[in-house]
Design a protein around this ligand. Structure first.
Ligand code: ACO
Length: 346
């Protein structure tokens, strides 16, 4: 018999979300407002995307990093912590203030934090899920105790607000969301697993291919540019993105459930990346989930890319829709293509 070999544990700690925060600019832009700038209508936009309105920054007043800082402050305070308790910063965005440095360091600066590490994630709509997964690994390994994860986007300064760009510009909005991920000793609680994927052969199907730029100066760059050159605006092969999104969302949700030996019936709350309400509804129907099991807010914010999941999660928690012990699944798909899911026992 001999000495019993202790069961090898995968990791010493789990990580759990200890605080959430979000910030959206005050300026509401309705579908009717957009129809004054381009040939579109409230009816078309709502029918295809579910979006009623979105928020846009007032240029010069907010940036991707400043909104991220506001969301982060709220998340840190809701976690009962101070900025100096944070061991590491993860910032996900496709719309950094500058081409470089990324906005992670601006959070360290603006919150007057210790000189902790700051990393920037460039995975567009999947950015928050990638960031949360990264933070989770740092906590599970024991390296850090409190990691700040932020998703923030300024889309409005870089969209083609003419009829030429209407298929893209009506979809996107500005905003920021954040969580503090903290060490959890109960291995049954917190992030159970995360699942990340990419397929770079579709990199150009949803992309900005222009040379280096940051969102603080993108309007000026575009104005000085040849008006016929659309390379500075996001390009999206909408139908192709839609078709891939519904397949990958489904796959990665199933992958997360299977990894944890759970079934669809175990899902208490699904927070899909707010890409398009029609995509979320397709997934809801496919998994036969009730309206109480899926949280959507794209109607009011549009698609805020890396910020959409943390804003939706923060709102769902604020409204009491997520309870202790609930199984929460976050799932995203976007440019890259990249996609992923995070399975959480709340
Ligand atoms: N207002 C009015 N008409 C429009 C608009 C608009 N804003 N945009 C396009 N149209 C017109 C087109 O010009 C076209 O006209 P035509 O038939 O005369 O050529 C017609 O509407 C249909 O256009 P489609 O592009 O075929 O419309 P579709 O049904 O594919 O809807 C949409 C477009 C909403 C973008 C859809 O493809 C979609 O949702 N794709 C998924 C992409 C997505 O969700 N992206 C979000 C970001 S990526 C992510 O987060 C995963």
């Amino acid at each position: 018999m001999g000495i019993g070999i202790p069961k090898i544990q995968k990791h010493m700690y789990n990580s759990r979300i200890a605080g959430l925060g979000y910030y959206v600019p005050e300026k509401v832009v309705t579908n009717d407002d957009l129809s004054k700038l381009m040939d579109t209508s409230d009816e078309w936009i709502q029918e295809r995307t579910g979006i009623k309105e979105r928020r846009h920054i007032i240029k010069g007043e907010e940036t991707t990093s400043s909104m991220g800082v506001k969301a982060a402050k709220m998340a840190i305070s809701n976690a009962g912590l101070t900025p100096n308790d944070i061991d590491f910063i993860v910032f996900a965005t496709l719309s950094p203030d500058y081409y470089f440095p990324g906005p992670g360091v601006m959070v360290q600066r603006d919150l007057e934090m210790n000189t902790v590490g700051a990393v920037d994630i460039r995975n567009q709509c999947s950015g928050f899920v990638y960031g949360l997964s990264l933070a989770d690994q740092y906590i599970k390994s024991g390296m850090y105790k409190n990691v700040l994860v932020i998703g923030s986007e300024v889309h409005s300064t870089g969209l083609d607000m003419t009829t030429r760009g209407r298929d893209v510009s009506v979809i996107f909005g500005d905003g920021a969301g954040s969580v503090v991920l903290t060490r959890e000793e109960n291995l049954e609680k917190g992030i159970l697993s995360s699942h990340l994927h990419s397929e770079g052969r579709h990199a150009e199907e949803l992309s900005v291919i222009a040379p280096a730029m940051g969102t603080r100066w993108v309007t000026e760059i575009i104005e000085e540019n040849d008006p016929d050159d659309t390379s500075y605006f996001p390009y999206m092969n909408g139908k192709f993105v839609f078709k891939n999104a519904v397949v990958r969302f489904s796959e990665v949700i199933k992958e997360g459930l299977e990894k944890n030996k759970l079934g669809v019936e175990d899902i208490d709350m699904l927070i899909p990346h707010q890409a398009n309400l029609r995509i979320a509804q397709f997934i809801q129907k496919k998994f036969r989930l009730s309206d109480d099991q899926v949280y959507n807010n794209i109607m009011y914010y549009g698609n805020t890319t890396a910020a959409s999941i943390p804003i939706a999660l923060a709102e769902a928690v604020e409204k009491g829709k997520v309870k202790d012990g609930d199984l929460v699944i976050l799932a995203a798909f976007g440019s890259g293509f990249t996609w992923g899911s995070v399975v959480i026992r709340w």
